[in-house]
Every structure is written in structure tokens, then in C-alpha cells.
Design a protein around this ligand. Structure first.
Ligand code: SF4
Length: 327
């Protein structure tokens, strides 16, 4: 079994839980804003990863949390590693084990989806970047057939499933989003679907502009015709429908040093990543970012729309297939 690069673990002050940030990705999304995409981090086996994650949790929480989220980069690149990680978390008593993936590897390999669920995975969040094959290949460098296949196979296991798409005006807009919603509802109309706005600020390439709130709402209306559990949210959120506000996160590096990181620190990481990947100075990157930053009014409106899907107001059904479902 191979080793995977671990950039860091993240702990939350809101409730005990841990994120695993794995590096490297098999996609080259033009609008990617994740430094983990390009590899790096500390190479660890699944056993070493589990051991350090456990030490981090015990040191900070005094106990193991019940919730683990595995993200990246792309966490599914090494099947053996991922299955062993999920199994290990399950054996340690984690009750919610959530995978965030682009779905490609899961859809390429036979029984990968069912093996994940047999190992203890309880929920998967899969991105469908685009429904049209040509757009998907142009944007990610890969076909979307395995991604759609992964969604089908994960749905067949009965696992909790959340699909997300980034609205990119002129590329992946209302028409693409409705096609995705129709595809999902054809599998199981209770699957949760999240539409996120494209955020050009830290995107690797500024392929599109940020959508207007009205465009987002129109796409949401179209998706809701097919899916009762569609929402508008933001790519940085990792929960459905919307997490409580959080300003700082506890970052634990693989050498077990801790750092309280703010949104500003995360921005700095992205600036360093862009500077390094594009071989440009920090000043050049800052100069490019200035005109792209979201204005305050837009951020406020978006936050309002996003928060309208609070647990009390949203229609949150389980997407588990009913026993008598014929879908
Ligand atoms: S957006 Fe996600 S799937 Fe796409 S390149 Fe970045 S890390 Fe990979």
C-alpha cells in the first residue's frame, strides 16, 4: 500500500471533528483554488495517518470525535490507502465518516464504491463539475463518465449522498445545472444537491465571473423542480445545508504542531500557492487579485441567501433510498 501526502488535519472549535487534507489530484480544474491540488505535504501510510490524527484529537479534545471528513486534493487516488483509512476510522469508533471527492477514481474502479461503504464510509460528497462531456474535459482535463458512474454506484449502496456543482456563468450555468439535477433525480430524487457560486478571487485561472445572486436563484429554481433537497451554498462550506459561522480553525500539521488559522491565514496560503505555481512574485499575485475580490454587498447578499437554508428552514430529507423504492 502506498503513502499519501498529508498537508494538515483541521479541528473545529464548534464541535469535535477532524478533517484530513490529502494532497495531489487527478483533475486540473481551471478554476481550482486548493493548494493541496499540487501535491506536497508529508508522506504517510494509512496507519501513520490514523496514528497522528488520533494523537492530534487526544491532545486537543481529550477524546476522539465522532465525525471525520476526508478531503483534498483528491482523496480517492490510492484505493488501498483510502479503504484502510476509512476502515481504521470505523474501528476507532468514528460514527460519521465523510468523503469529499471528484468521483473519478471511484467511478473507474469496479466495487470501489461498495468497498468504501463496507469499510465504514457513511456519506460521500461528490462534485459534478459539468454534465456535458466537452465542458467537463475542457475544465478538468478528464471525462465525466466515471464521475457520473461513481454517483450511480454510491447511490446504489444507499449511502448518504451530496452532489455539488459550481455555477460558472457562460460555462456551467442554469442549463448545465438543470441537466445535472435531472440526472440526479433520475437516480434518486432525494439526493442532496448544492449549487455554489464561482469565486474568481483565488481561482487558478479566472475562467468566469462570479454569478449574480439572481442567476444563482434561477439555477436553484430549475434544480428544485427536480430535487427537493437543492440548496445554494458556498464551495468553502463542507456541511449541508450550512455550517455555523466560524472564523478560526485549528490546523495540526503532520509533525503535530498546532496553529490557529484564520480566514486571512488561508488567503495567505493561497497567495503563496499561486505565486509558486505561476512563478510570479507575491506582489504580482496581489496586484492580480485586487480587482477580483468579492465586494462587500455581494458577500452579504450571498451569505443571506446561503443562510436561508438553515436547518430550520430547509427541506432536509434523508437521501437514503426508501426500502420499497423502485428507482
Ligand atoms: S477543484 Fe478539486 S478536483 Fe478540481 S483540481 Fe482542484 S482539488 Fe482537484
Amino acid at each position: 500500500m502506498g503513502k499519501r501526502g498529508i498537508q494538515y488535519f483541521t479541528l473545529s472549535e464548534i464541535e469535535p471533528r477532524i478533517w484530513f487534507m490529502l494532497t495531489s489530484c487527478d483533475f486540473h480544474c481551471k478554476g481550482c483554488f486548493r493548494p493541496a491540488r499540487d501535491g506536497g505535504g508529508t508522506l504517510l501510510s494509512s496507519e501513520e495517518t490514523l496514528k497522528r490524527a488520533e494523537q492530534a484529537c487526544l491532545k486537543y479534545y481529550g477524546q476522539l470525535p465522532r465525525k471525520a471528513m476526508i478531503t483534498g486534493g483528491e482523496p480517492a487516488l490510492d484505493r488501498k490507502y483510502l479503504l484502510a483509512l476509512v476502515k481504521g476510522l470505523n474501528e476507532k469508533g468514528f460514527e460519521e465518516i465523510i468523503l469529499m471527492s471528484n468521483g473519478y477514481e471511484i467511478g473507474c474502479e469496479e466495487n470501489y464504491a461498495s468497498d468504501l461503504v463496507d469499510s465504514g464510509l457513511t456519506e460521500a460528497h461528490i462534485d459534478i463539475k459539468a454534465f456535458s462531456e466537452d465542458i467537463h474535459i475542457w475544465y478538468t482535463g478528464k471525462s465525466n463518465k466515471p464521475v457520473l458512474n461513481a454517483v450511480r454506484m454510491l447511490n446504489d449502496t444507499g449511502i448518504e449522498l451530496l452532489i455539488q456543482t459550481v455555477y460558472m456563468p457562460g460555462i456551467v450555468d442554469d442549463k448545465e445545472i438543470e441537466k445535472i439535477a435531472i440526472f440526479i433525480s433520475g437516480l434518486n430524487h432525494n439526493i442532496k444537491y448544492r449549487i455554489n457560486p464561482f469565486a474568481p478571487t483565488f481561482a487558478f485561472e479566472e475562467v468566469s465571473r462570479r454569478p449574480t445572486i439572481e442567476e444563482m436563484e434561477f439555477a436553484y429554481e430549475l434544480a428544485s423542480k427536480h430535487l427537493p433537497n437543492a440548496i445554494i451554498s458556498r464551495s468553502c462550506y463542507r456541511e449541508y445545508p450550512t455550517p455555523p459561522s466560524q472564523e478560526t480553525w485549528i490546523t495540526v500539521y503532520p509533525d503535530l504542531t498546532f496553529k490557529r488559522r484564520t480566514i486571512k491565514d488561508q488567503e495567505e496560503d493561497r497567495i503563496s500557492w499561486l505565486s509558486h505555481s505561476k512563478s510570479k512574485t507575491r506582489e504580482e499575485i496581489l496586484h492580480e487579485l485586487k480587482p477580483k475580490r468579492d465586494n462587500f454587498e455581494y458577500r452579504q447578499k450571498l451569505e443571506q441567501v446561503t443562510r436561508s437554508f438553515s436547518p430550520s428552514s430547509s427541506n432536509q430529507g434523508s437521501n437514503k433510498k426508501p426500502r420499497d423504492s423502485t428507482r
